[in-house]
Design a binder for this molecule. Structure first.
Ligand code: THU
Length: 131
């Protein structure tokens, strides 16, 4: 699985996105350290607050399948702006993999590559409470 394939998997998930309120369709694909790819899309609610982002939907897929270590994730929307994960999703990525890479992509083919610590500097995790 190369980076381009991971981005394609994420892009495919934008078609499954349920986003009737924002009209902003997001897909995410995570490469787990088991070599498998876990995908998710955003799922909105009329209550707005119950909305789940694509990233957390993909994280839930991975963890439910028994994968808790991520190598890389690709995030993309159906818009031409680069899609960057929201703060809550950065925090949940960090929970499982404080070294992972995140590819932030646009639907017109651009991508930017960040480590999770670049997106979430001085992240708070389990080790923050160990001493
Ligand atoms: N959204 C994601 O799924 N991931 C992001 O990284 C940014 C925002 C979703 C949430 C909501 O359904 C829509 O995009 C607009 O905020």
């Amino acid at each position: 699985m190369n980076e381009q394939d991971l981005i394609s998997s994420a892009k495919e998930m934008t078609l499954r996105s349920y986003a009737p309120y924002s009209g902003y369709h997001v897909g995410c694909a995570i490469l787990g350290n088991d070599g498998k790819v876990y995908t998710g899309c955003n799922v909105e609610s009329a209550s707005y607050g119950a909305t789940i982002c694509a990233e957390r939907s993909a994280i839930a897929q991975a963890v439910s399948a028994g994968c808790r270590q991520f190598i890389m994730a690709a995030v993309i929307s159906d818009h031409n702006e680069i899609c960057y994960p929201c703060g809550i999703c950065r925090q949940l990525f960090y929970e499982f993999s404080d070294q992972m890479i995140i590819l932030c992509c646009s639907s017109d083919g651009r991508s930017e590559r960040y480590s999770i610590s670049e997106l979430l500097p001085h992240g708070f995790g389990a080790s923050s409470m160990s001493d």
